[in-house]
Design a protein around this ligand. Sequence first.
Ligand code: ADE
Length: 269
Amino acid sequence: MRLDVVTIFPEYLEPLNVSLVGKARARGQLDVRIHDLRDWAHDKHNTVDDTPYGGGPGMVMKPEPWGEALDSVIASGEGRPTLVVPTPSGKPFTQQLAVELSEKPWLVFTPARYEGIDRRVIEEYGDRLDVREVSIGDYVLAGGEAPVLVMVEAIARLLPGVLGNAESHRDDSFAPGAMADLLEGPVYTKPPEWRGRGIPDVLVSGHHGKIARWRRDEAFRRTVVNRPDLIERTDPAAFDKKDREMLSILGWGPGPDGRFGRVAPDVEE
Ligand code: ADE
């Protein structure tokens, strides 16, 4: 997969040389290219921003440097990239979107500073490319670079061969499939006793069925406390008899429409 990032802070993307993404680059699984937007700003001060039309606080990123930068990046490759525009007013970045983007051959990220990029840039490339305006959460950061790091890490770990163990993302919280709509439960490793604390016996029982059931029960326990909305929105057909028993223990049951909701006071984790 090829990834381009156009930014006024190339050094902010240094973490892409480290850890999982860094190793994927070194192995040639990821072709990451970082570009300095100011290379396409031609005045004496390499200006990339100006005051907003209509007034108001802050500055807006000028269209010309972005246009030249994106034309140049697009012309340097085969085919059309998907343009990912980080903005707090975008659609939420979810595991599902990470999976979708991980299947694209080429992504170009345009992290902005200030109050964002002149709208005409998004419109211009929207006519030619698949453009995704994406928010990583309901908070406002000073720029889109940290969101790019977040998205690239979520996407890169899904690429074939990037994680050591291909099974590793099967049980991820938010992974499509068996554990869909549940948070992952707790995990343990050696030693079997630490500061007087043991581990759940079932995990050393060797009984795979019981372990799987225990993990799912713990996932319910955690999800009802931290993300009750995930259970409320789940089609109840996804809950088997054992799931319903666990939900009932946790004070949850079906409402008039069949969907599950809290029917008794919260059970603490
Ligand atoms: N830029 C500033 N805040 C952001 C957010 N929450 N998501 C994506 N890009 C952003």
